[in-house]
Design a protein around this ligand. Structure first.
Ligand code: ATR
Length: 293
């Protein structure tokens, strides 16, 4: 990022609603600085009714790339000229890259999730994994888990029907995958027990997010005793009730929050926009800044 804004300065940005607490400007402006690119990244609060105008207007203004966040990740698909295969499979676009024929859509939540786990030394290959939740955020995570070649995937959701729908959808892409759904802790624990006690559990719901920090999706000690690793997509609070329950269940258990996933989805978007590779050390310097708040 050059020191002063000039007539050549390029723009990147975020479309979401709300965006007031977004950490993306920090991530991308630091990355632009690192690569000495004359770019600025701004957050735009776009109401659903204005999404088309925002996408078309940003394209007309020759904005180079956009992130798209809640609640627009599905709706934005209507305004892309082409979509990456994984974004289509997940059914959500969180990154737009400007191309000659319009916006091209990508999903970087999935690679962000996988790179965050990798950075924490968590490998999914051959493991038994339980995903809590079957909403929008679960889709990129389930897709990433299936891409990683896990042994067994369990999908736990309050509404069984939503879990089954997601299972059936992804079975179309991963016919060999061993997937099971559950909607009660009792059923979940029963299935988990048949596959050992070193499960990786991923919370994809917003249960436990600030200000409802004491909420927890599963309040059954037996579940946590079967988990070795917990991953929460929430990062506020930094240690969620779910993470505490995983870490408190047994000696040696580890839990991680969603801040690295947020960081690495941003990193991947930046790589797509600028055709660069962001080294881990650079990403981790930004991570340290994010931790400071
Ligand atoms: P997102 O797009 O952010 O994932 P979502 O689509 O509303 O949000 O999905 C939220 C997920 O969290 C769903 O799996 C939802 O369960 P249902 O399918 O039964 O609605 C789950 N969820 C949200 N609040 C919950 C709560 N208080 N208890 C249990 N599950 C909850």
């Amino acid at each position: 990022m050059s020191a002063a804004i000039s007539a050549h300065t390029g723009l990147l940005g975020l479309l979401g609603h709300p965006v007031g607490h977004s950490k993306s400007p920090l991530i991308h402006n630091r990355l632009a600085e690192h690569f000495d690119l004359d770019l600025r990244y701004l957050a735009y609060d776009v109401e659903p009714d204005s999404l088309r105008a925002a996408a078309e207007g940003a394209y007309a203004l020759k904005i180079k790339g956009l992130n798209v966040t809640v609640p627009h990740k599905q709706a934005i698909r209507e305004f892309v000229a082409a979509e990456d295969e994984m974004a289509s499979r997940i059914g959500a676009v969180n990154t737009l890259k400007r191309e000659a024929n319009g916006w091209h859509g990508y999903n970087t939540d999935m690679p962000g999730f996988l790179r965050a786990l990798d950075s924490d030394g968590v490998s999914l290959k051959g493991k038994n994994v339980v995903v809590l939740g079957a909403g929008g955020a679960a889709r990129a995570i389930v897709c990433g888990i299936l891409e990683s070649g896990v042994n067994k995937l369990l999908i736990f959701n309050r509404t069984l029907e939503n879990a089954v729908k997601m299972q059936e959808y992804f079975a179309g892409f991963y016919p060999e995958a061993d997937m099971t759904c559950a909607s009660s802790a009792e059923d979940l624990v029963t299935v988990m027990k048949t596959c050992g006690d070193d499960w990786i559990a991923v919370n994809t719901t917003s249960v436990g997010m600030y200000p409802n920090v004491d909420d927890i999706l599963i309040d059954d000690k037996r579940f946590y005793e079967l988990c070795r690793t917990g991953v929460d997509i929430i990062f506020n609070p930094p240690v969620t009730s779910f993470m505490k329950a995983v870490e408190g269940a047994r000696e040696g258990n580890r839990a991680y929050n969603g801040l690295k996933m947020l960081l690495f989805q941003g990193v991947r978007s930046f790589e797509i926009w600028n055709d660069v590779e962001v080294p881990d050390e650079v990403a981790m310097e930004i991570y340290d800044e994010l931790l400071k708040g």
